[in-house]
Design a protein around this ligand. Structure first.
Ligand SMILES: [Zn+2]
Length: 163
């Protein structure tokens, strides 16, 4: 499943307008950088099975287990060009039906809503803290995915030079 460059250009430009302003952060460049990191800018946008959330292979939370009883492995996937994790999207009351996230536009809108939720709830003010929160759930915990953060910053710099 792919999203074309021209569609994704439009989606990210529109979504940037709905994001909170963050001093010193170019929101379009940020969204494009995250899409580049997560799906090679739409080229690799298949749903991805996240084995660490799958009760068939790990001990998972009670919530993750009960969602799996309802939805099967649709519940342990991340979706779309931003690879939004279903559990995070459901926890934030954005979308409860993971089957709907197979639609690329629904997956994108849900991921943007989740990203905005994280920026506001965690008071994120930098590209690095936003990348941290997107990859590991929180920018305020001990898990700091440094290679992921570095990579997003590289894409972000490239986007700044492009626009
Ligand atoms: Zn699974």
């Amino acid at each position: 499943m792919q999203v074309s460059n021209s569609d994704l250009d439009q989606w990210t430009a529109d979504a940037a307008l709905h994001m909170p302003e963050i001093t010193g952060v170019n929101r379009i460049a940020l969204l494009r950088a995250l899409c580049s990191q997560e799906s090679s800018y739409g080229k690799l946008a298949n749903p991805r099975h996240e084995i660490s959330w799958c009760p068939l292979s790990r001990t998972v939370s009670h919530v993750a287990k009960s969602r799996h009883e309802v939805w099967g492995c649709l519940s342990c996937m991340s979706y779309g060009v931003l690879q939004g994790l279903y559990h995070s999207i459901a926890d934030a009351y954005i979308e409860s039906n993971p089957a709907r996230l197979i639609d690329q536009r629904v997956a994108f809108n849900s991921a943007i809503a989740l990203l905005i939720h994280k920026i506001k709830a965690q008071n994120l003010t930098t590209v690095s803290s936003i990348a941290d929160a997107w990859n590991s759930g929180s920018a305020h915990d001990v898990i700091v995915p440094s290679s992921y953060i570095t990579s997003v910053n590289v894409y972000y710099s490239q986007e700044l030079n492009r626009v």
